[in-house]
Each structure stands twice: as C-alpha cells, then as structure tokens.
Design a binder for this molecule. Structure first.
Ligand code: AVJ
Length: 328
C-alpha cells in the first residue's frame, strides 16, 4: 500500500512537468511572448505571494480582509438564508486567512458543512489541511489539489449538497474580461440551480494606487515575477539569466487592465531542455500576468451575461474591493 501513493505522486509530477513544458514552450514561441500566471505558485512563489500580501502597497488583501472580518456575520446570514444546507468550495484557497472568518462564523451558527479548498499548489493544500483544523477543531475539511474544474468535479462526487463557491482575492483578475466570461459560464455549467457563487473583484480606482500595488518598493513583486524564470530553469532545465530581465508593470485606466511584463535587457538566447532555443531581442517584452480591475456596473453585466443573478455585494469602507454574491 505504500507503493500506490508514491506512484500516484510521481505520475502527478510527470503530468505537471509535461503540461508546464508544453505551456512554457507555447508561450515563448508565440509572436508576443507570454507565460501563464498560474505557474507563479511553486513553493518559493507561494512564499513570495504571501510577502506581497504583506506589502503596504498591495491593498487588495487588507480590503478583502476588512470585508471578511467586519461583515462575516452578514455574509454568513445571507448564505444561510439563501442556501440553507450547503457545503463550501473555495477555488484558489491560498492560506484561507480571509475565508477562515466566514468558516468560523458558519461553525458558530451551527451550520453543518464540509469545506473543500481547491488549489493548484500541493504545498498550499498540505499546509491548509494542517493549519485549519488546528484553528477550527470542529471543521470538516477535504483539500483538493489540482486544476479548478477537475477538482470541482471531484467535490461534486464527494457530496450532493447545495454548494457555496468562493473565488476570492481578485483571482478572477488574472483572466482577460473575455476569459472571465468564459470562466463564469463554465462555473455556471458545473453548478446547480440555487447554488451560490461569491467572487472577489478589485475595483477601478486611482491609477497610481493600482500601479504601486504591482510595483512595491521592497521589490517583492519583481522577485515574484523573476521566480517563474527560476522555476523554469529548475524544473525544465532551462538557462534564463534572470539578471537580464527587468520587471515592468503597467496599468491602463481606460480598460482597467494591469499588465506585468519582464523586459529583456539585452539580445539573448534561452535554452529549454535539449531541444528548444528561444531568441530574445533587446527590449523585447515577455508578458507575465494581467490583473483586471472592474466597476460595479461591469461586474453586474458579467453576472447577467453568464447566466447568474446578482444577490448582493460586500465592500470595504474605501470601496476599493468587493465580494459579490451571485445565485445560479
Ligand atoms: C493572486 C491574481 C489576485 O493579480 O493581484 C499580486 C497576483 N501578482 N501581485 C493579483 C499578483 C502580482 C494577484 N492575484
């Protein structure tokens, strides 16, 4: 019986490496080079993102934390009123330091639920399964490590209860507005009528505030972006000279799109494994991530376009961030 978990783990690792290699080569051979932001989160990336969330410039976490600490009772009340008996599924759970306030409130209200945190990082899920039961001994938790929709399928196989889905932290911001529509439509397909969806959106605000959030003075966001190059070096046997790339975030207040690039500081070649060689021109841009910002009107339109009914929303006192509640 010790053979099976080992085999499963190594097969999972193989599958990850294959997909990672495929996506990296695809992005770096495209006319406009890009990498997929979901690959930021290896063990080092998880730590760097934790540090970003502590940065004074990165207001998103503080705003959403305020919502979940000050309004946990109202949120729990609304969920119970709307859904009655339900399980909680969190997409991209991270360290759950915000959702824990809702989980605690639901427990103290006597709601009998299982919490299914889903995360692409195995590291994150392992930590959660240790840390959450320590903080909330009554909590039933079933961590799911993998891609969102595959894991949603697994959560559905565990339970036939009504679901409350959480997709917090402005993770939806990593999608273009078009991809966000596709994502919400897909969620709609995985959900049952009466299921609830709570999504955290970062709102449009003063452009300098947004740009600073992705260009912190301590250089953590820079390190976070460069870490993906390190990851490619380690895992795919590549030879990025990370010193030769500059962190370059932008924010377009017209579209609400914040984009992070790495700029090649020189003409250079990067090898990936034995077979692939990528040419970078001097000043060539490598697109790393988008962090889309929304207005409340745009969020409501997104709900309606994707088949959801907006129920209510919870904002911080500065109105910089909202967690919206939609019904399927
Ligand atoms: C985890 C996608 C919400 O876009 O704000 C933070 C990731 N990147 N700083 C964001 C991130 C650079 C973050 N999300």
């Amino acid at each position: 019986t010790t053979v099976i978990p080992t085999y499963t783990a190594s097969r999972k690792r193989q599958q990850h490496l294959q997909a990672f290699y495929h996506d990296v080569v695809k992005g770096l051979t495209a006319p406009n080079k890009y990498l997929d932001a979901k690959y930021f989160y290896d063990a080092a990336g998880d730590v760097l993102f934790q540090q970003i969330m502590q940065c004074p410039e990165y207001y998103l976490t503080g705003c959403e934390m305020e919502i979940f600490t000050r309004q946990a009772a109202q949120i729990a009340h609304t969920l119970q009123q709307r859904a009655g008996n339900f399980d909680v599924v969190e997409l991209g759970a991270g360290d759950a330091t915000k959702s824990i306030h809702l989980l605690r409130q639901l427990l103290s209200n006597g709601v009998d639920y299982t919490y299914f945190p889903i995360d692409i990082s195995a590291n994150v899920i392992n930590q959660l399964q240790i840390n959450l039961p320590a903080a909330l001994p009554q909590l039933r938790i079933q961590g799911l490590n993998g891609e969102y929709f595959q894991m949603l399928q697994q959560a559905a196989e565990h339970t036939s209860r009504k679901k409350v889905l959480l997709f917090m932290g402005s993770n939806i911001g990593n999608f273009t507005t078009e991809a966000a529509r596709g994502f919400c439509q897909q969620l709609h397909q995985y959900m049952q009528p009466g299921d609830l969806l709570m999504i955290g959106f970062d709102l449009k605000k003063h452009p300098q505030v947004i740009l600073d959030a992705y260009n912190d003075a301590a250089g953590i966001t820079r390190a976070f972006n460069l870490n993906l190059l390190h990851r490619i070096n380690h895992e795919l046997n590549a030879d990025f000279d990370v010193q030769q790339f500059m962190h370059y975030p932008t924010y377009d207040p017209g579209t609400g799109t914040c984009s992070s690039y790495l700029i090649s500081l020189t003409t250079q070649q990067v090898h990936i494994g034995e077979d692939v060689c990528i040419d970078f021109a001097a000043n060539e841009a490598l697109h790393m991530e988008i962090s889309q910002k929304y207005t409340l009107e745009e969020i409501t339109a997104l709900a309606r376009q994707t088949g959801f009914t907006p129920v209510t929303h919870f904002a911080d006192h500065k109105k910089w961030f909202v967690d919206v509640l939609w019904e399927r």
